[in-house]
Design a protein around this ligand. Structure first.
Ligand code: WQD
Length: 340
């Protein structure tokens, strides 16, 4: 069974391809390397022994996307390809809407045209905004998005819902990620964005590696345990395996709702200061950070109720914050050895 992974050389896409291959799927990737590097394909091959074909094209380009879907007969697709930087989306909303929504619509059309009917969509806990109650379940109402990035995820979910309603044969699973972090235990794969990282864990490891002089904790006056924001950090390999399970779930026609929705978080909240302390304990490196003002667009706290994914997908995260910090630090040191 051949699966198209869009954004296949990206952080979560590349780790998911490893898990798909290790569970017997044939994979083809499409990625224009906007926020990734071709080296991820070498990492995938080093881990799995499989040389994955990547189409280097822009999925937001309808003609290019059409050509791709005419070239590969697919059982389904996992759609990661999107711009994902919260702060950048506030500065460049049209780029985010044009890229993230056109890519999704071109993927839906491409699958429809060749009669494939299984799509796993990469969504985000940011669709919940500042939820009234925690942990959030899949029934928690989505609130006003805090950024254009989050709004493209809300709109993406709505586009898929309407498409499934118009094409009942077409099945989809929407996965709402919490905060992905960490790297493959082999250190052959990890987060390797083309621009400097803005997410917490890669910023922590960059400071620890001396690539950045220091970092700022964005806000310590929130109504939380220690005043800093709370997030649900999930190891990227646990997240990757959830995609394999979601695909199997679709292929077994087990979906009762269309689309099905699943939260993917470990169900525990960690504050920013607790995450920093966890890293220091695991790495033995004292981090240089200062306390600063809040970052616009941040929600105070969000973490998952992951009951549905456990019951329906049989998904259980197996790694905690220690493995996240250990694998992220090992990957950062590996990047350093290769001069990055
Ligand atoms: C986490 C916490 C920051 C950097 C976003 C998207 C989400 C997902 C992950 C794609 C916040 C604090 C961070 C720093 C800090 N995107 N922080 N200093 O914003 O929770 O989630 O990225 O998969 O969909 O919404 O992640 O890692 O940027 O921030 O204090 O230098 O760390 O304020 O509280 P976020 P993040």
């Amino acid at each position: 069974m051949k699966i198209l992974v869009t954004g296949g050389t990206g952080y979560i896409g590349s780790h998911t391809i490893v898990d798909l291959i290790q569970h017997g799927f044939e994979v083809v990737s499409v990625d224009n390397f906007h926020n990734s590097r071709p080296g991820a394909l070498e990492g995938i091959e080093a881990i799995t022994g499989v040389k994955v074909k990547n189409y280097e094209l822009d999925l937001a380009d309808a003609a290019a996307a059409r050509k791709l879907f005419e070239s590969e007969q697919l059982t389904g697709a996992i759609h990661f390809a999107a711009y994902k930087l919260v702060g950048e989306s506030v500065q460049k909303p049209l780029e985010y809407y044009r890229n993230n929504l056109n890519s999704l619509m071109n993927v839906l059309e491409g699958l429809q045209r060749q009669g494939s009917s299984n799509l796993v969509f990469s969504s985000s806990c940011s669709v919940y905004g500042n939820a009234d109650a925690l942990p959030v379940t899949e029934k928690t109402p989505r609130k006003e998005a805090e950024s254009p990035y989050a709004r493209t995820k809300q709109m993406g979910e709505d586009i898929i819902t309407d498409f499934c309603r118009a094409n009942p044969y077409f099945q989809s699973v929407i996965l709402r990620y919490f905060n992905p972090a960490g790297a493959h235990e082999s250190t052959l794969l990890g987060e390797d964005p083309s621009d400097s990282p803005s997410n917490l864990v890669p910023v922590i490891t960059a400071v620890a590696a001396g690539k950045r002089a220091s970092m700022t904790v964005f806000g310590t006056d929130y109504p939380t345990r220690d005043g800093s924001c709370v997030r649900d950090y999930i190891h990227v390999m646990d997240l990757a395996h959830a995609h394999t399970l979601a695909l199997k779930y679709l292929l077994k026609d087990k979906a009762t709702k269309n689309p099905e929705l699943f939260n993917l978080g470990i169900g525990e909240g960690l504050t920013v200061l607790e995450a920093i302390r966890a890293f220091e304990e695991v790495s033995g490196v004292k981090l240089n950070y200062q306390l600063g003002p809040r970052r616009p667009g941040d929600v105070v706290a969000v973490y998952a109720d992951r009951t549905r994914a456990a019951l329906e997908l049989g998904w259980e995260p197996r790694r905690g914050v220690e493995e996240i910090m250990q694998s992220a630090w090992a990957w950062e040191q590996k990047l350093g050895e290769s001069g990055k």
